[in-house]
Design a protein around this ligand. Structure first.
Ligand code: MG
Length: 163
């Protein structure tokens, strides 16, 4: 095991554009509506940012290196499943996830009604209690690509501790 700290943090970021046709998959939750997030996988920007935060905390690269968008096996793939595999890799490296905080920046959908369902799915993939997963929604006050409703951005930080 490398490194001197018993506890480390990682940061993740992702963005995806909206495309016509629902449902939207976000935080592992299917949200009915007339748009989805375009992507090689299911486009789940929250799951992708969380995956990068967890991998980053352990210095294990990023989601793109672990799950290539040129691999047909990843087409339309459940991003929560990919997150669970990333967590398994982090665990193999001698760490366990301690805690997660997420900011979703989107004009729509409103996060609050889906927050606890998202927390439950992500907590399950991380192997932590619901209380250790925080998800917060923000709008971008009408500014930029998020403000124009073209897509969603997401930031995540994860803490890992030595197993
Ligand atoms: Mg992504």
């Amino acid at each position: 095991m490398t490194g001197i700290l018993p506890l480390r943090t990682g940061i993740g970021y992702d963005s995806h554009r909206f495309a016509p046709g629902g449902p939207l998959v976000l935080g592992g939750v299917r949200i009915p509506g007339d748009v989805h997030l375009h992507g090689h996988s299911d486009g789940d920007a929250i799951a992708h940012a969380v995956t990068d935060a967890v991998l980053g905390a352990a210095s294990l690269g990023d989601i793109g290196a672990m799950f290539s968008d040129r691999d047909a096996a990843n087409a339309g793939r459940d991003s929560i499943e990919m997150l669970a595999l990333a967590v398994a890799r982090v665990r193999t490296a001698g760490w366990r996830v301690g805690q997660l905080d997420v900011v979703v920046i989107a004009e729509r959908p409103t996060i609050a009604p889906h927050r606890d369902a998202m927390r439950a799915r992500i907590a399950s993939a991380l192997g932590v209690p619901l209380e250790d997963v925080s998800i917060k929604g923000k709008t971008n006050e009408g500014m930029g690509f998020v403000g124009r409703g073209e897509g969603i951005a997401c930031l995540a930080t994860a803490t890992i501790v030595r197993a």
